[in-house]
Design a protein around this ligand. Structure first.
Ligand code: ATP
Length: 137
């Protein structure tokens, strides 16, 4: 598969990093095939992150992801899922490699600037959650 799904999270949008993050994504060879500025409702966030509903940080995660607008996008590149997770770096910016998007822009393990799908199956589910078929080029 050659697509992944990403969100620029509310912390990075608030801090004015949309342009720099999209620049790094493009410079790394990813083509944008769907994109919008949107805000998740509580229901949206609870559904999107349902896999984490038993985790202690679930409430905090939903509150964070709904507090302001995000940029949602579908990206295309050979080996997209794995290469994009390499580009964004570890969940906790303390552990993220130098030059990765989270190392540069994440505030902490929760407010960590960007999302990247963790499998081809989830990339399809998450892209379809945010975009109608006619919005995916
Ligand atoms: P993402 O799914 O956003 O790409 P990930 O796969 O690196 O992140 P997960 O373990 O799936 O990380 O966690 C999903 C999201 O939940 C994280 O990106 C982060 O915003 C939040 N999160 C994870 N761990 C914690 C924590 N210990 N405290 C607060 N928030 C957390």
């Amino acid at each position: 598969e050659n697509r992944t799904f990403t969100m620029i999270k509310p912390d990075a949008v608030e801090s004015g990093h949309i342009g720099a993050i999209l620049e790094q994504i493009s410079a790394s060879g990813f083509k944008i095939v769907a994109m919008k500025l949107t805000q998740m409702t509580q229901h949206d966030a609870e559904t999107f992150y349902a896999v984490h509903k038993e985790r202690p940080f679930f409430g905090e995660l939903v509150e964070f992801m709904t507090r302001g607008p995000i940029v949602a996008a579908i990206l295309e590149k050979e080996n997209a899922v794995e290469d994009f997770r390499t580009l964004i770096g570890a969940t906790n910016p303390t552990d993220a490699a130098d030059g990765t998007i989270r190392k540069k822009y994440a505030k902490n393990v929760g407010e960590n600037a960007v999302h990247g799908s963790d499998s081809n199956e989830n990339a399809k589910i998450e892209g379809d959650f945010h975009f109608a078929g006619r919005e995916q080029f």
